[in-house]
Design a protein around this ligand. Structure first.
Ligand code: ZN
Length: 136
């Protein structure tokens, strides 16, 4: 079941500069974390019960670095919180929706995540995200 919007992923070139901007806007960074499997460093900024996830590449062959080069900075993905990622993935596949990740992979914050293919989602890179318990 999809429960809510978990976070909005924004690709940036300079994480510290982007963090400064959001601080100027009066928001606080909850945590920063490196996600080696995706070659990114992320910062989570809560806005109400939704988070902004700033993503900056830690390597030139990171998907985020390639995206920044191709499309520039900006909104990169929308993450939907699900209660059971494995079940959601198999149901989504059964409905004929294309998946980038057929099995969950580790994301930031100890969450399990999987992406749907933008060709199936009207141009939006959708992430399904099962957050670690006690982290709403
Ligand atoms: Zn995300």
């Amino acid at each position: 079941m999809i429960e809510k919007i978990s976070h909005i992923g924004i690709a940036v070139k300079d994480l510290d500069a982007a963090i400064e901007f959001y601080k100027t806007m009066g928001l606080e960074v909850e945590a920063t974390e490196e996600v080696p499997s995706q070659k990114v460093k992320v910062a989570f900024i809560p806005v109400g019960d939704v988070r902004i996830e700033l993503l900056a590449a830690t390597s030139e062959d990171s998907a985020i670095a390639k995206l920044n080069e191709k499309r520039g900075e900006g909104i990169q993905h929308l993450a939907l919180k699900v209660d059971n990622l494995k079940q959601e993935l198999s149901e989504t596949a059964e409905k004929g929706i294309r998946l980038i990740d057929k099995v969950p992979r580790p994301g930031a914050h100890g969450a399990d995540i999987a992406f749907l293919h933008p060709k199936s989602t009207f141009g939006v890179l959708l992430e399904l995200c099962q957050e670690k318990k006690n982290h709403s």
